[in-house]
Design a protein around this ligand. Structure first.
Ligand SMILES: NC(=O)c1ccc[n+]([C@@H]2O[C@H](COP(=O)([O-])OP(=O)(O)OC[C@H]3O[C@@H](n4cnc5c(N)ncnc54)[C@H](O)[C@@H]3O)[C@@H](O)[C@H]2O)c1
Length: 279
């Protein structure tokens, strides 16, 4: 199947058949794209999200496309949520092979304008939430010699202004990826992160509305502007990040652990320099 704008999505290969994957933040945006790609490639998917409504919608969409999915929801910074999510996988499918952490939030501010509450909120979801999911899921993933894939960001490596908490949280995730990879290698579990550039999701559209006058036309124009910052000249679709995760979770990536895979359309490959003007 191929989507618009030259985005190739191959849903025909059953490379994840028989495997069970828990996707936090799987109810919308990047996580939903990941859940849909993995389900299309044969995985049974446990879709987690903050609220039941969006989880149900994603589970239904995966089912309608011929995939297998079940849902679970709740705030990811609470241990009970991740325990229930792992239980949901075991109840529905009897095992857990892969964890993908895509639940995350973006808040804006520098070190003065960011409140302590906002800092804690961002680290609660983006860092504590990933630790809690790994903490609950790894005993079962070890049994399967499976994988963990953490959705980080290009902002772990290069940052814009006014995102202190977000950028610091994503840097922490890259460090957590390495720490988990080194520990879990003894158990046959591989752990990697994916660093997306800009991806067309509700989060990105919310930011585009904040940084423009907010009309539908202004949001589209802002997203197109952001797209032009990437060498490929556009933002990504969520399923393109799903394809990167699919690779890392597959046996094709059997010697890859502790890695940070950039799926950023060349955003970080380019420096902000103009060509010399022609006479
Ligand atoms: N969209 C981008 O351009 C972009 C770029 C780089 C990295 N990322 C990262 O990718 C991940 C997903 O981003 P997105 O753009 O799809 O975001 P989104 O807002 O569209 O979706 C976020 C998902 O996380 C879940 N979530 C949010 N807060 C939660 C909470 N407190 N408890 C439980 N679940 C919660 C939501 O239910 C939803 O499923 C985030 O970690 C984000 O930092 C996004």
């Amino acid at each position: 199947m191929s989507a618009d704008r030259g985005v190739a999505v191959d849903g025909d290969v059953d490379i994840h058949a028989g495997r069970v994957v828990l996707v936090t933040g799987g109810s919308q945006g990047i996580g939903r794209g990941i859940a849909e790609v993995l389900a299309a490639k044969g995985a049974s998917v446990v879709v987690h999200g903050l609220t039941q409504e969006f989880v149900d919608e994603t589970v239904a969409a995966i089912g309608a496309a011929g995939g297998k999915a079940t849902g679970t929801w709740g705030p990811i910074d609470r241990p009970q949520t991740t325990i229930e999510a792992v239980d949901a996988a075991l109840r529905a499918y009897g095992r857990l092979d892969h964890l993908v952490t895509a639940a995350g939030i973006q808040r804006y501010g520098d070190a003065v304008s960011t409140s302590v509450e906002t800092w804690d909120e961002v680290f609660g979801v983006n860092v504590r939430g990933v630790f809690l999911a790994a903490h609950a899921a790894l005993p079962h993933i070890r049994e399967r010699k499976g994988t963990v894939t953490i959705i980080s960001s290009v902002q772990a490596t290069a940052t814009q202004q006014q995102v202190v908490a977000y950028t610091a949280s994503k840097g922490a995730l890259n460090a957590l990826t390495r720490a988990l990879a080194v520990d879990e290698a003894d158990h046959g579990v591989r752990v990697n992160s994916v660093a997306p550039g800009s991806v067309d999701t509700p989060m990105l559209r919310h930011s585009a509305a904040m940084f423009s006058v907010g009309t539908p036309e202004a949001v589209e124009a802002t997203i197109a502007d952001w797209g032009r910052m990437h060498a490929l000249g556009r933002v990504a679709q969520p399923r393109e990040i799903g394809e990167a995760v699919s690779f890392l979770a597959s046996d094709a990536a059997s010697f890859i652990t502790g890695a940070e895979l950039r799926a950023d359309g060349g955003l970080l490959a380019r420096i902000a320099a103009a060509l010399p003007a022609k006479d």
